[in-house]
Design a protein around this ligand. Structure first.
Ligand code: GLC
Ligand code: MG
Length: 510
């Protein structure tokens, strides 16, 4: 980037993901809603994030809790009204936060008027907006693809017409056929609708799946047992992404096209950035699934350094979201989650914080009679505890149980306690914002003893910064970083030249 050119907000900033069902409830139905969200946006601003990404709140029968959209241009009554969505945008902007909405372009709800029409007759003009195929001669589904969530075919037979329709997810989520020209045109209209209302960008759900090969070939044996959404990254995807990019570029201001690129191949993810004409960012899924291990993370960062810059981009790191167990739960201890926060917020790239990770929330234990998600993801979707007292700021029993230690983990209990996870995140975000090397610097990996990841960040005209992270639970005598202590997992500075303690991360001006 030439000197003096302001970088886009998504290059230097930090996003915060809100799963609206679980954030804050205003009307006492036990489900978080937009008014609740708006009332608690100051929490996000106080934390020091730059943007909020809000998971779907559009009209939906909620078979996949909103990722089955029946009207892309309206708010589900469970969450509020269109006026509430407008309030969300304007309140966020008042607080200096950008607003990113979830766009679900790969499929709709089976209750969407387009699919109702498509199902009504093979001759309906909407029929080919979806993916219909005849059965194989023996009556079985057209190919061997499996759906996500349940180990079932990705095809459901429509008895009336004798044809199958494709659904990479639930039968209630039929896949759109992006090879039909009306589909991209309609989705572009949806994007324009929300951009005109002030939205600063989109997180595009399973974006790698929209460019399907019209031949829909069988999966090879080694993939055949996996959900097809993991390998359905057909040849048309890049062209469709370029199209979506032109839609966001066509609106005034700096609008973000962020992809949920849920594939395990970083080269492919980076490829979706095109030559600066594709996604601005694509979630780095390999790192989301990396273990808490210094060598593993060194390899992830090294590969990211190799693959994103040739595309003019950088990684979009995420440790937790509404689809996987929280990293506090995966990594196993509070101390590791603290060190992981240092990694997430000081490594080169764009981080997204998933609501509740700043509280150190673990996944909830969900008893069998309260399980609601067909995909087994309830634990990481537990409601946020705002207050200490029973109910934790929720006016009624929420749709899922609270996470463990909700009282001690509540925002109220952690606020202003310098030793809390919440204050740890706030300090890190403040430091990141105030330190050019951290929010826009290059990264070079440093030699470090086993179990330690160390890197140096440098930016033109700014002090370099070093970050040292001990991934082990032992002191590392050979790691004695020098320099002025700027922050880390401790609340105050360690003794100068002292070795890195167990699970310790240190940020130094060096
Ligand atoms: C994405 C969403 C997930 C949803 C799926 C189908 O992976 O993050 O929650 O179930 O797409 O829309
Ligand atoms: Mg509610």
């Amino acid at each position: 980037m030439p000197h003096g050119t302001a970088l886009p907000w998504w290059v230097t900033g930090v996003a915060y993901q809100i799963y609206p069902r679980s954030f804050a409830d205003s009307d006492g139905d036990g489900v978080g809603d937009l008014r609740g969200l708006v009332a608690h946006l100051d929490h996000v601003a106080d934390l020091g994030a730059d943007a909020v990404w809000v998971s779907p709140f559009f009209r939906s029968p909620m078979a996949d809790f909103g990722y089955d959209v029946a009207d892309f241009r309206d708010v589900d009554p469970l969450f509020g009204t269109l006026a509430d969505a407008d309030d969300l945008i304007s309140r966020a902007h008042e607080l200096g936060l950008r607003v990113v909405f979830d766009l679900v372009p790969n499929h709709t709800s089976s209750e969407h008027p387009w699919f109702r029409a498509a199902r009504s007759s093979p001759r309906d003009p909407h029929r080919d907006w979806y993916v219909w195929r005849d059965p194989r001669p023996d009556g079985s589904p057209p190919n061997n693809w499996r759906a996500a969530f349940a180990d079932e075919p990705a095809w459901t037979l429509d008895p009336a017409s004798g044809q199958y329709y494709l659904h990479l997810f639930l039968p209630e989520q039929p896949d759109l056929d992006w090879n039909h020209p009306s589909v991209p045109a309609e989705i572009a209209g949806v994007m324009e609708f929300w951009m005109a209302r002030g939205v600063d960008g989109f997180r595009c759900d399973v974006i790698h799946c929209i460019g399907k090969d019209p031949e829909l070939p069988d999966a090879p044996d080694d993939l055949a047992g996996l959900p097809a959404c993991l390998f359905d990254h057909g040849p048309g995807t890049m062209e469709q992404i370029r199209f979506l990019r032109r839609v966001v570029d066509g609106a005034p201001g700096e609008r973000l096209l962020l992809g949920e690129t849920y594939v395990f191949d970083r080269e492919r993810i980076a490829g979706y950035l095109g030559d600066g004409d594709g996604l601005h960012l694509g979630f780095d899924i390999p790192a989301l699934h990396a273990p808490w291990d210094a060598a593993a993370w060194r390899a992830e960062v090294a590969s990211a350094l190799e693959l994103y810059p040739p595309r003019g981009g950088q990684p979009a790191w995420v440790l937790s979201n509404h689809d996987v167990p929280r990293h506090r739960t995966r990594y196993g201890t509070e101390a590791r989650a603290r060190a992981a926060a240092v990694l997430l917020l000081t490594v080169w790239g764009t981080p997204t914080v998933y609501a509740g990770e700043e509280l150190g929330l673990e996944d909830a234990e969900v008893p069998p009679d309260r399980v609601v998600d067909p995909g087994g993801r309830d634990g990481c979707r537990a409601p946020l505890p705002w207050r200490r007292a029973a109910g934790h700021g929720w006016p009624a029993e929420p749709w899922l149980p609270f996470p463990p230690d909700a009282r001690a983990r509540s925002v109220e209990a952690q606020r202003d306690d310098p030793a809390s996870m919440l204050e740890h995140y706030r300090r890190l975000l403040r430091l990141r914002r105030a330190t050019p090397a951290l929010h826009r610097g290059d990264l070079r990996l440093l030699d470090a003893p086993d179990g330690v990841l160390a890197y140096r960040r440098t930016a033109d005209g700014a002090d370099p910064v070093e970050v040292w992270i001990n991934f082990t639970e032992q002191e590392v005598a050979g790691a004695r970083p020098v320099g002025k202590w700027l922050g880390g997992t401790r609340v105050g500075p360690p003794e100068a030249g002292s070795p890195l303690g167990p699970d310790e991360a240190r940020i130094l001006s060096a």
